[in-house]
Design a protein around this ligand. Sequence first.
Ligand code: GLN
Ligand code: ZN
Length: 754
Amino acid sequence: MVTIHNLGFPRLGADRELKFTLESYWRGECGQEELSRVAAAIRERHWHLQAESSLDFIPVGDFSYYDHVLDTSVMLGVIPERFGTASGLDTYFRMARGQAADGKPYRACEMTKWFDSNYHYLVPEVQPEQRFTLSSDKLFVETAELQGLGYSPKPVVLGPLTWLWLAKTTSDFDKLDLIDRLLPVYGDILRRLAGQGVTWVQIDEPILVLDLPPAWINAFETVYHRLQSAPVKVLLATYFGDLGAQTSFVCKLPVAGLHIDLVRAPEQLTAVLDNIASHKVLSLGLIDGRNIWRTDLNAALNTITAVRGRFHGELWLAPSCSLLHVPIDLEAETALEPGIKAWLAFARQKLAELATLRLALTKPEAAEAELAVAANAQQTRRASALIHNPAVQAAVAALNGSLAQRAQPFAIRRGQQRLKLKLPDYPTTTIGSFPQTPEIRKARADFKRGLLSEADYIDQMEQAIAFCVREQEALGLDVLVHGEAERNDMVEYFGEQLAGFLFTAHGWVQSYGSRCVKPPIIYGDVSRPRAMTVRWSQYAQALTDKPMKGMLTGPVTLLNWSFVRDDQPRSATAYQLALALREEVADLERAGIPIIQIDEAAFREGLPPKQSRWPAYLEWAVQAFRICSSGVSDSTQIHTHMCYSAFNDIIAAIADMDADVITIETSRSNMELLEAFIGFDYPNEIGPGVYDIHSPNIPSTEDMIALLEKAGERIGADKLWINPDCGLKTRQWQDVRTSLTRMVEAAKVLRSRV
Ligand code: GLN
Ligand code: ZN
């Protein structure tokens, strides 16, 4: 017997129905009844859809109106005081979004990334005197719903230690001390589920793949020992990495089953088999829950056979992690090139793969046809001319240190750049985009739909650029940008022009709450058939005597915001991207663009969960950036931009990127993020964002001066640039004008003191 199960399913619906209903509820356009009706319909549809693959257990509790970590906090009764004592959906949304139905503003809970995925969760807040009580019926109600349809539920609960690990504390105390008070609620949850006839509960403890402090590791023993008394079986689920040094310990925890991620960490299998007892269930995560490739089912079967030779307990098969991170259904992609479509699997197809695996084990003849299709997909993908570009492969193979090295060190480049650019002290600039007006969006959409000719489209974009340049000149900015009117999105714009990328029509993945992204798929060797940005930058430069800054998205960010091919290391794809961008950088320089900014907003996002693996990632990520940026002459100035980042633990790598100027987000943290640069004695120039472009507030000149004084004292006034936090595309021109006028004023005040 082989059991197949799923760890979690996307929530928003194939057509993002929940997103639209949530947003209409937030606008007050539909009531709670309508919202819960739509939600229940989505749940039911998704359960039927999962049942198509005859899963033995269907996950429940993975559905959420916003976020499963927030659901867990609410279930445990952990609602920060500022949200009052009322429970219910509106309090829940207030915690998530910071807005009340009555328009009263609240400080929303902080949001941050779920391990190394692009999903964001709401950070629980705990206090020393924190109390916990079972405060929500959601899980039990949904379990009963699922049972009502005749399916076997496997409730999914975020584990107590992972939940606590993710929590932030409002004062200085050891939050692990709270575990004794927290645990009884988990006991209540398990007992109540048992009372509903549930046999298995999946408890997610992904922190087991991190490098945990000893006290936290030890806590696992106590916690699971105590939960053992509940009359249900616990499947301890780990994912996103390997158990590492904790393998033998985790295998011996008093739980009935263990799930491991064999996609991200196939190498952990041997150690797990060495340590797991045969009275336990071992769940093998063989189907990639984080990427969209079809599984090599024959390879998976070989793994299973090998496991069976050594492990005589009960085997379960599953995706590596929740399918939250992939789109729902490949069948919706009717316009995809059929050859490539055959290589892909979304959530629904991944569950079908599980069914095929089981069939292959129980009734091999019946699975033959399916296995042949799967093998053929692997074969055609490996051999396809679509993914192999010998010239690109040769260029990557020929990479050597010299391509990643500017001719002269920064100190010398700096002199040459000063001579050429003749910028004042405290040069002012912006991060790239200017407001995307309805006219700009319409022109782009019409062009895409064929309603606007190419000539008319170019004309409209040039008008937008000319307007933007005039505005910047009037404001008195020193380094101008073209404004990015032609770009919908900083990844999509480049992906659409690079060979090796494809885009889906419905491949939405939840980023946070109702927000989704549609990541491009990098399926083949990446190359740049033609220049991507040069015409716009060149047009813009011709309109002004001020230096125009070219604007590119960096290789690491393109990589981290895409589904990446799994048939070569991520580093190889990063190098291909870097070489393609290097050509663009060269073309921009040749076209007379004196400054080129290469955005790496998602640089930090690629850090692996285990800190001990960071150096390997940072090494190739930095190298990729250097490859794309080092082909220019010393007098060409390279900028990079990073937002939403903490820098303290990666500052050496940031410095190693050797950009002449880095602009970062700092205003929200009152320049705290700058500390890392100060402590490290960061050698190159820095533009610490002086105002928060995400806030509707217009910054005051005094506040910006104060921030700059604070920065100048610490990093040296001669290294400082003055700029906003991030791009201005979501703002209105009126506000942008006022904010930038004040920013330029602040620069003048500082200059007058020199
Ligand atoms: N150049 C981009 C812009 O200004 C940068 C966006 C980002 O960092 N997220 O829009
Ligand atoms: Zn930014």
